[in-house]
Design a protein around this ligand. Sequence first.
Ligand code: SF4
Ligand code: SF4
Length: 333
Amino acid sequence: MRDGAHGASGPERIPGRAHGPAETGDRARDGRAGGTVNGHLTILYRGPLASCDYDCPYCPFAKRRDGTAELRADRAALERFTDWVAAQEHPVSVLFTPWGEGLVRSWYRRAMVRLSHLPHVSRVAIQTNMSTRTGWLADADLDTLALWVTYHPGQVSAERFLARCGELLELGVRFSVGVVGLPEHLEAARRLRAALPRQVYLWVNAAEGHVYTDAEAAAWTAIDPLFGYSRRPHASAGLACRTGDSVISVDGDGEVRRCHFVPTRLGNIYDGSFRAALRPRPCPAATCDCHIGYVHLEPLGLYDVFRRGVLERIPHDWPFTHPPHAPSGALRR
Ligand code: SF4
Ligand code: SF4
């Protein structure tokens, strides 16, 4: 799948909270802090964790069994990152995009809870298979915490997954659910859509390397009206993308890149060197095919579609009465 490890309308604005990515969409330059827009910085964090309790055949990562030393290093890196976020004086939003499953590790749950209570943190979200229990969420500020949940039909029964979604709804957790758009997932995705309350948005990610006929795309679009954005990679080279300006990717050492897909180093968060590098810049890659990347691609206009749900992938006015016009294919130059 293309969107990292895992593949309800919430509050529109939280009194006293820093504004999230949606409020940066006007590109106003007032109050810039170190290249951020209105001082707000969105961070995609991926530490060294690379293990998962699931074994999806389509998993994009070279999964491994993390030993004690690797887990200790991942925990130390995450705690250092969390301390850094806590010490910032400008608004921050964080999406954890682990190369594995984070929430089965206590330190990810603790980081989510801690960040959710910080007044300058607008959003903290994580990509997860949601195999873990939900009790810990009761300690979080659920106006700030959100989940990007992926359903993996071969790894968990529909009943068990739906029960977990029911727990999230009961707790009042803001979350999206999604599936990888493999042909063998279509019936499971249809059943999931039918079983979930309408207020839960179900996204579909185009499967890596899969070419969709119009009929196949129509079947997936009936489940996710925004499937057209995922169907084909976007020809992003030279187009304006918010990454490297108000959005950055950070690894376990604090190393900063504009996004997970462009390897050029921009500096480090722990010595502050990244701030001087933040500025608007065009995409240097030929294509962008991950939601966690192309959602920041300005010509697509997805900040208007998702607004405060950019990171957890929940459209602003879901369930749609008038769906936005999703492209039938990719953004082309
Ligand atoms: S749940 Fe685990 S195995 Fe499946 S895609 Fe995500 S990281 Fe890979
Ligand atoms: S369009 Fe995608 S690949 Fe290009 S800079 Fe933005 S996130 Fe990175």
